[in-house]
Design a protein around this ligand. Structure first.
Ligand code: MG
Length: 355
């Protein structure tokens, strides 16, 4: 996790934002569930099993692709790749067989010898980063041409260079750092905080009591001497929360997405509305940080059901339960909730987006 978001997700979101037509996530076998979870709500990616070495893993990814396309090979351990980096690399392919971001070597280089440290000229030396861009056919044939006895290439450009291709650089970026050592995470957290903005959304909803023997509140059915009147299941908690997420996403309100005039939503489980809002947030690059719902009613008593409500919302949103809060209050018998004509709910959601 990096700033509350899986490291892998940072890169995948950048490639989606850059307009990638296909994203292949190469992982060790048996990690499919973890990848599904890390990338939940995102589309346009597929996963495949990698191999025992970096080179075999890249080849497994290439095997999933066809056509005369540009392919970028990236280490997900470099989470701060941007659509800008990706566009520069693709455009550099028009004048080369391969392109990569490279940084000048700023420190003086020393080689350790039996006689102590000896200075090594750093002129013309560059630090290669990823992603690295190639035409698919170029990289594929470079892999088949790599001599089996020539050791393991440490990046993809090495193969294309060896096959006689021309590799060029674009300006590297210190933010394309590779998370390698534990202390790298601390620096990355600081960069992540600067690369993110927090958006807040709020929602409010109310429904009238009517005939019935139970109410739906935050996805939990509670026996009561009345029901709630509404087109869907009239779950004020989930409706307010759906509007809060739509608010953070700047995506209108629940009525825009699920018109009460549409017979399709008659009696609908409001969990469907909440999931839809969460998917919109994810598709826009957002990651929900926390949500907080306040139910406003004299009766039924909410407290005995609060943990079940938190668990249900956490499940719908794919969030740890600690990041889901459900609270309840009365209005001391004032107003429509006080007179028990109906029940209301307020919700707030906090969502992180790329800045
Ligand atoms: Mg409603």
């Amino acid at each position: 996790m990096l700033a509350g978001k899986p490291v892998l997700r940072w890169s995948v979101e950048a490639f989606i934002a850059a307009g990638a037509i296909d994203i292949i996530v190469v992982t060790p076998a048996g990690h499919e569930g973890q990848v599904d979870q890390a990338l939940s709500g995102l589309s346009g990616w597929r996963a495949t099993d990698g191999g025992a070495t970096r080179a075999l893993s890249v080849q497994a990814g290439l095997a999933m692709l066809t056509g005369d396309i540009a392919v970028l090979v990236h280490d997900a351990a470099r989470p701060f790749v941007t659509p800008g980096h990706i566009a520069s690399l693709v455009s550099a392919l028009s004048r080369s067989d391969g392109a990569l971001p490279a940084l000048a070597v700023a420190d003086t280089l020393k080689r350790e010898t039996d006689g102590g440290l000896k200075t090594t000229p750093r002129d013309g030396l560059w630090r290669a980063q990823t992603p690295q861009a190639f035409r698919l056919a170029t990289l594929r044939s470079a892999y088949s041409a790599w001599p089996a006895d020539d050791g393991e290439p440490t990046d993809d450009a090495a193969l294309v260079e060896r096959a006689g291709g021309k590799v060029v650089k674009i300006a590297g970026d210190p933010r394309l750092m590779k998370l390698t050592y534990p202390e790298d995470f601390e620096m990355a957290e600081q960069l992540a905080a600067r690369a993110m903005m927090t958006r807040i959304g709020q929602g409010f909803d109310a429904h009238r009591f009517g005939p019935g023997d139970a109410v739906m509140l935050c996805g939990v059915k509670i026996a009561h001497d009345h029901g709630l009147v509404g087109h869907s299941d009239a779950d004020v908690g989930l409706h307010a929360l759906t509007d809060a997420l739509l608010g953070a996403a700047g995506a209108g309100d629940i009525g825009d997405h699920f018109p009460p005039t549409d017979p399709k939503w008659k009696g609908a489980d409001s969990g469907v509305f909440l999931r839809h809002a969460a998917e919109l947030v994810a598709a826009g690059g957002g990651a929900i940080v926390n949500v907080d719902v306040t139910l406003i009613c004299e009766r039924p008593k909410v407290k005995p059901h609060r943990e079940a409500m938190r668990a249900r919302i956490a499940d719908l949103l794919g969030l740890p339960v600690e990041r889901v809060s459900v609270k309840a209050t009365t209005t001391e018998q004032m107003g429509f909730t006080g007179r028990q004509e109906g029940l209301a709910a307020q919700a707030v959601a906090s969502v992180q987006y790329p800045a």
